[in-house]
Design a binder for this molecule. Sequence first.
Ligand SMILES: [Zn+2]
Length: 385
Amino acid sequence: MLPTFPEMLGQLVAEPSVSSTSPEIDRSNLRVIEHLANWLDGLGFRTDIMPLPGRPDKANLIATLGGEINDGMGGLVLAGHTDTVPFDEALWQSDPFTIKDDQDRYYGLGSCDMKGFFPVALEAAATFANQPLRAPITIVATSDEESSMAGGRYLLECGKPKADYAIIGEPTAMQPIFAHKGISMMTIKLEGASGHSSDPSLGANALDAMHRVMSELITLREELAASTQNDAFAVNIPTMNLGCMRAGDNPNRICGHAELQIDLRLLPGMDSEHIHEILEKRIRAVVEHSGVSLQLQKAYPPIPPFQSNPDGELLRSLSDFSGQSPGTVAFGTEAHFMQTLGMETVVWGPGSIDQAHQPNEYLDKAQLAPATDTLRRVIQRFCMA
Ligand SMILES: [Zn+2]
C-alpha cells in the first residue's frame, strides 16, 4: 500500500521546503504535505490539510486513523515538521534534493531533521491500517518549525489535534526527551547622534549607552542564574549570550548607532514572556536620560521551554521499548504546543541532531528498523484494545 522507505524519503527530500525569515529563500511546504496526505489517504487515514492564515503557500496536515470504538477520544499523535533550514550548496558533496543511498546512510537535505521521521511513522502506522483501534493514531505535519513555528502556533490557535499522547519525532538518536530550554534571540538597537569627538555635548553616544545596557544585561543574567537551576540539563542554569555587537565608525566621531544581538535560553518553569518584559523594562531604564533611543527586535517569536512529567506513561514506554533512559536536549522543538493542547509529550526520533542543519546531512540507516519497531510497540500499547 505504501511506497518503499527510500521512495518515500526520496520524494519528500526532492521537494524543496526551506523555511526562512528571509522571504527570498523561504519556500512553500505544500508539495511535502500533499505527498504525505496521499500516502495517508491510501492507508485509510482521514486527512485534513490546514492552510495557514494569510499564507496559502504553507499548510499543516492532521491525519487520523481509527478510534471509532471510543468516539475518537484519546490516542497518540506522531508529529513532525515538513520544512528544512537553508543550505550551502557549495559545501554539499551531492545534490541536497536527491537522496543518496550510500551503504549505511541516506544523504539529503532534511533526511535527518526531519523528513525521515515520516516514512518511519507511516510504516509503523501501516501495520495497524486494517485493525480495530481503541484510540486513534494521528499523524501531524507542520510548517515553518525552523523559522517562526507558525505551523505549531496555528495548531494551538485551532485547538487541535486532541489526543492523550504525542511524540515529536525530532532526531534524538531514539533517546526519549522530556525537557528542553526555551530559546529567544533578539537585537537591541540604540540610536544616538553623531558629532565631533572633541565635544561630547554635540551628540549622544550610543556606545556609552550600550555599555550601560550590557552591564544591566549581565546583572540580570546573574540574577536569573541564581533564581533557577535544573540539574536535568548539562548546563543547569538559564543562559544569556551577548553574541554580536556592531557600533560606530571612527574614533573621532561620537558613536551614533550601536546594536547588540543576544540569545536567551530559559529553563522549564520560567515564564518567558514575563522575563522578556523585565529585560526590556530594565534596559529602557538605564538608557532613559541618555538622549539615545532604544528599539528591541525579536528574531522570531520565542520558543517556550518544555518539560513533561518525568514519570509519564509515554516517557516510560519509550524508554523501555528503545532501551534508553530519558534525558534533555539543548535544541528547541514544537513540544510546547502539543503539551499545551493537553498531551503528554515526548521528543523522540531516529537520527542524530549532530547531522542536522549542516552540509551532507544524513540519516543513519541502522536506526530505522529499531525506530519503526519502537513506534509499533507504542501504537500497540496506546491505541490497541
Ligand atoms: Zn527539526
